[in-house]
Design a protein around this ligand. Structure first.
Ligand SMILES: *Cc1c(COP(=O)(O)O)cnc(C)c1O
Length: 373
């Protein structure tokens, strides 16, 4: 094969919106010899992964599993299982990922009411509550950590309004899980999904997800079958529940990698990990302030693991893309640009999982200082 050898890809410091760098312990787990998907040794690893995900999600939900697929597969699984054609749904849109939820719900034939937030701000609880009161939805969905803008969405008031109206609640935890507190049971969330390549610091490929008893009952009571055979949680329950019968072949290596990543999170302790993300995020904002980058999001709604910063006004159009490219080529550092409406206007810098350290901040700052000198 022409080009870069798979035996020696370049070393990168991945400070974009994901994937993040993978610890050598996880890489070793990924490289272990293959096991069968019904091998009792593998199944005990899977038991441990499911128990670890329950702790991380703050839930007792039996139906907690590593879905095969990336974060978007988790999004799709939650929405296509819990929505039937014609169902009213309220979706909060504070960026690209809320937008994506709307598209998935629309394709599932739901009757969509969307509540929009200005880019860089939270969804207002009152606006969500009003939409819920007006449309009596069967489902309410929104994003906890909006990676396209760097906003941390307060969850509890919206979840309460939804539950008071009898709706199930879906929460996107793709970027929050493993870096911020996630408490599905305390918050009253019925279905949530994440992805392995953000604050869990595994490669992309699995979507940790969890469904409450009420969510599972909703799927059981459907009038029409779930449109996706692959993501039907009733069918997935055959393998990821107590029976352990074949549905599809589990991604063995990825699950071994996730098991190691979860073990590392437990060794560190979730509270320490949250504080580590917080400290790194603050240091980043402070360091980049000196170089003329100003945060898009006000301090109290800022995500620690994904900081969006306005590109300095003195940059010519297109200059920011060239600078990001030089960071990659000369220093091996990847940072993200703006998505959607914010393309060309902001940078998105991730300090996720393994990368949420002052050393990552220092590496980026010293490279930027040299380039901007
Ligand atoms: C990354 C991301 C997704 C999509 O995950 P993929 O793994 O890219 O499919 C969904 N929601 C949020 C908030 C994300 O950051």
């Amino acid at each position: 094969m022409a080009g870069v050898s798979t035996a020696a890809p370049p070393r990168r410091l991945l400070l974009g919106p994901g994937p993040s760098n993978v610890h050598p312990r996880v890489r070793r787990a990924l490289a272990q010899p293959m096991l069968g998907h019904l091998d009792p040794v593998f199944l005990s690893v899977l038991d441990g992964v499911q128990a670890g995900l329950r702790r991380l999600f703050g839930t007792q939900n039996r139906m907690t599993l590593p879905l095969s697929g990336t974060g978007s597969a988790g999004m799709e699984a939650c929405l296509v299982n819990l929505l039937e054609p014609g169902d009213p749904v309220v979706i909060g849109v504070a960026g690209v990922f809320g937008e994506r939820m709307c598209e998935v719900a629309r394709r599932a034939g739901a009757r969509l009411t969307r509540v929009d937030a200005e880019p860089g701000t939270i969804l207002e609880g009152d606006a969500m509550a009003e939409a819920i009161a007006c449309t009596r939805p069967r489902l309410v969905a929104f994003v906890h950590a909006e990676t396209s803008t760097g906003v941390a969405q307060p969850v509890e008031a919206i979840a309460r309004a939804a539950r008071d109206a009898g709706a199930l609640v879906v929460l996107d935890c793709v970027t929050s899980l493993g870096g911020l507190a996630v408490e599905l049971d305390a918050w009253g969330i019925d279905a949530a999904y994440s992805a392995t390549q953000k604050c869990l610091s595994c490669p992309p490929g699995l979507s940790p997800a969890s469904f409450s008893e009420a969510a599972v009952a909703r799927v059981r009571a459907r009038r029409v079958p779930v449109q996706s055979w692959y993501l039907d949680i009733h069918l997935l329950g055959g393998y990821f529940g107590s029976e352990r019968v074949y549905h599809h072949t589990a991604p063995i290596s990825m699950i071994l990698g996730l098991a190691e990543a979860l073990a590392m999170i437990e060794e560190e302790g979730m509270q320490a990990r949250i504080e580590r993300h917080h400290g790194a995020g603050e240091a980043l904002v402070e360091g980049l302030h000196g170089l003329g980058f100003r945060p898009l999001v006000e301090a109290r709604h800022r995500l620690p693991m994904l900081t969006s910063l306005r590109v300095p006004a003195r940059f010519a159009p297109g200059e920011e893309a060239g600078l990001r490219r030089r960071l990659l080529d000369r220093y091996g550092i990847e940072v993200g640009g703006g998505l959607g409406r914010l393309a060309g206007q902001i940078w998105r810098i991730g300090l996720m999982g393994e990368n949420a350290r002052l050393t990552s901040v220092e590496s980026l700052l010293s490279a930027l200082r040299r380039e901007l000198a």
